[in-house]
Design a protein around this ligand. Sequence first.
Ligand code: UDX
Ligand code: ADP
Length: 465
Amino acid sequence: MQKITKICCIGAGYVGGPTMSVIANQCPEIEVTVVDINQNRIDQWNDENLDNLPIYEPGLKEIVAETRGKNLFFSTEVDKAIDEAQLIFISVNTPTKTYGKGKGQAADLKYIELCARNIARVAKDDKIVVEKSTLPVRTAGAIKSILQNTGNGVNFEILSNPEFLAEGTAINDLLNADRVLIGGDETPSGQEAKDALSAIYLQWLPKERVLQTNVWSSELSKLVANAFLAQRVSSINSISALCEKTDANIAEVSRAIGFDSRIGSKFLNSSVGFGGSCFQKDILNLVYIARSFGLPEVADYWEQVIIMNDYQKKRFAENIITTLYNTVSGKKIVFYGWAFKKDTNDTRESAAIYVADALLDEQAEIVVYDPKVPAERVYADLDYLNTRSPEENRRLLKVVNDPSEAVEDAHAVAVLTEWDEFKTYDWKAIYDKMLKPAFVFDGRRLLDKEEMETLGFDYYKIGQS
Ligand code: UDX
Ligand code: ADP
């Protein structure tokens, strides 16, 4: 088996960046180069000031500080890195298609295809090519066909090695992965490639956590893992609506069912709805694949997870409107949090975007505070929806850096992200600054109902009447 000493990763995003930093950190004898066509992103990865890394992730800057410049490099020289590497990770983005067949559901594979064509053009010796991006089933087959038919006659082994890290806990998830999945051909050279990649992970993970499968099982398992996780969130969120109509409390229900060891206690937190770059996209992919293989019942079954998630976001926004006497026009509503979960600056598919959109439709005046998300990102998210003009978005919604200034004369505060710091705020001072009655809509079940009511707030907690 060949010993891997040089690897490269194409794509310096939320997956490529942290994953390669951990590999470099754990395998000092391997030289790791992360490349991206986005010069600005690479400059941020190379910034002297580690607070300027493009991704906020607890523990990441410490690892980058230890390894960058030693055996971890960030560069825009894509061809050079491909040429020199024995093993190439593809970790580029695979957004949902916004055009043509499969629009709104299927993954857009144009970036993957460009990568494959680039590798085929540049490679002059045998390479192992690893899909790291989440991809629809059978993408490895497409990559293989491009590489074999357009390459320089060298041999490529294609592996699927989906990433299971969750943002906000990425470093811990990588260092203590529940499992690493490596799919490849069941041929002698496929086995050799799987073993070469396994050897990297075995430098810090026990043998039983590194699973080898065929390519298709690996590709499908990633989609299914995310679909199951998202399904748990939608399941508990569906029950939160029922709790609000009865006198049941979603926290007590979650706890009661989570004690059943067959169900388990994790991922049962009711919220304003799941977000992130994976859940919705992967389920839509699963739905698209099922439908295209003539399995409409399977497609409908999984689609319901998305429908329930959209309902939860809409329900939260509508509750704000009805509670504020059926009109939010001209009323100041403060959003605490914009990121799709705490401890990340990622906002992709964040529930906050859709709740804001619904309230802006009613001419609410929104003020956003998030400890890690910059104003440009908030506006880019809203502009992307294309519901109203960029000028209108900027007129109705402001982004501030000071959480206490934001609440001056506000009618309501809505908690959209579960940042720990929101729990430590002086809520009495917040109450004093707000108009009365002062409403708090807690979409993350972050605050204590009794305490908030004692302070005088009209407090709504998702999943509780
Ligand atoms: C997810 C998967 O967990 C990870 O394995 C995969 O590699 C990528 O997709 P991520 O999207 O980063 O990771 O975050 P995750 O912690 O799974 O949360 C996703 C969304 O679900 C967030 O918006 C979160 O707030 C929400 N969520 C999660 C809940 O609302 N309730 C829960 O109990 C758990
Ligand atoms: P993820 O969350 O999957 O990591 P991101 O969007 O954060 O996704 O990152 C993907 C990165 O891949 C982006 O920085 C993008 O510039 C980069 N990228 C896309 N296509 C190419 C390509 N052909 N060559 C190099 N980098 C690419």
